[in-house]
Design a protein around this ligand. Sequence first.
Ligand code: HEC
Length: 243
Amino acid sequence: MRALFLCLTLVLNASPVTAQETLGLAAPPAVVESGLLQHILPRFSLKTSVRVVADDAGAMSLNASGPGTPVFHRDGVTYFLRITDSAPRQQRFHDWLTSEIGKNTVDSFAPDGEPLFSARFETIEVRAEPTFEGDAARGAQLSLIHCGRCHVVGPQNRMKGLDSTPSFAVLRGFADWDTRFQEFFVRKPHAVFTQIQDVTPPFDPERPSPIVPVRITLQDLDAILAFVAETEAADLGAPLQTQ
Ligand code: HEC
């Protein structure tokens, strides 16, 4: 009898499995009062059988400022999820909330027909337009002299370029045209006949330039870049990728 009693006590003292699976999540009043948590937490629990409840003393928290992972926003306020350690269950909630399913769950919360929160963040791509400080007029002359032997550089030598060589207008149409020009001297076919003063190593005496070499300075290249920047891209008939 006594042994049985002891057993019962032990069983009762062991923390029940459900309690062990419950995680607390603290959140600002604006979130709690909106009802969002009652909308998302049961859906997470359903998927994972990890119970998350609103709890001011919780191990995880939503906050109106970082640090943490931005998870949703409303009225210009971004809410960040902060987990206290990478315990698998906390990590799981974090991963779910930032997953497509989690985001859709946040977005689908629309108590009065209008979604209150959004889990989508605009990614703003900042690509500064490169500026070219070189002397474009000089660049036009240099292009004609050095590059016009093979490339059509503009109306100046429209009939003179080599057929197999892309015109400057065509090259200007590439999104990365500036990179291509900045490093043209290492790109095919130029490396074997081009010398940029103080930049490229001298030609290997064993392999002299097969044609009259192109010899320019970095300043010359800057001027050429400024000229190409002003060149109108050829319309190749392909739809332009606008961003
Ligand atoms: C001897 C002929 C010749 C000369 C001179 C020449 N190029 Fe080229 N260039 C070519 C050919 C041919 C190609 C095409 C290479 C290809 O498509 O693989 C080319 C391609 C290019 C490209 C595109 C490279 C790439 O990888 O996309 C740039 C940029 C370029 N040239 C710039 C210049 C500039 C600037 C000059 C003058 C300073 C010049 N080239 C002089 C023959 C020449």
